[in-house]
Write a protein that binds this ligand. Sequence first.
Ligand SMILES: [Cu+2]
Length: 273
Amino acid sequence: MFARAQVVVAALLALTGAAKPPAPPVLTIVATDFAFTVPGGAKAIVPAGPVTFHLVNHGKEMHMMGVVWLGDKTAADFIQALRKQSFVGAEVGGVNGIAPGESGTSTVILKPGNAVLVCWVVSADHKLHALEGMFAPIVVERPTGQTAVEPPTSIGIALHDYSISIPNDMHAGRHVFRVNNEGSVTHDVELFRLSPGADTTDVMAWVDKPAVGSARAYPLGGIVGEDQGLHSYFDADLTPGDYMLLCWMPDAKTGVPHFYGHHMWMKFHVSSS
Ligand SMILES: [Cu+2]
C-alpha cells in the first residue's frame, strides 16, 4: 500500500516536472569592432518565445545588439535597405549600449521567422556600426518542446511618447527590468550610472562619441528599440547612487534622438536595499 502510494507520488512529481515550462534559452554573443560572433555562426537557430541574449563587449567602443524581426525577409535584404537609408522588419528589443569590457543581458520575445542582430552605434567618424559589418542573422524556429516562460520581473519600466516611468522607490541589488512600450512609436531605454556631480553632459558624451565616452557616467545596457505595444527585459546591478534612463531612438521625421528632441530622459536615485 505504502509502496504503491510512493509510486503515485513519484508519477505525479514526474508529471508536474514535465509540465513546468523551461527558462528562456541563453545565447552569448561577442561584440568586437565591428562584428558579432554568434554561437552556430550563420546557421544560428533559436526557438520562438522568450530568448535571453548575453552580449559581451570585447571591442574598444561602446556596442549594442538590437534584434530586428524580418519574417521571410533576410539579413541581406535588411542591410541592402539600410544602405539606402530605409528599414525593413520590426524592432523587438535587444541589449542596449555597454562599455568596452562589459556585458549586458536582455530577454526578447521572438516569433518564428528570420531575424537580424544589429549594432546601431555610430562611431566618431559618423559610420554606423551595422554598415561596418556589425550584424548577424539568426533563424527563429517553432520550439520542439514547451515554450519557455518569461523571466520574473523585479522592476517595471513604462515608455510613453515621450517620457519614462519607473517605481518611486528604487533599491540596490540585481534586478530584472520589464520594459513596456506604451507609446505610439518605437522607443528604447539606456541606463547610466552617474558619478557624484555628473549631469546630462556626461551621459550625452557617450551618446555623441561612444568611442570616447565619459569617466563620470557609465552605460549599463537597457533595451534596444522595441515597437509600440511590445515588451522585453534587461538585467542590471544597481548600487546606491544616481542613475539616468534615456531613450535615444531617432525621431521618425527629424532623426533627432528622443532624449534631445523630446526630453525623453529621467534621473533617479537608488537607496541601499
Ligand atoms: Cu523614445
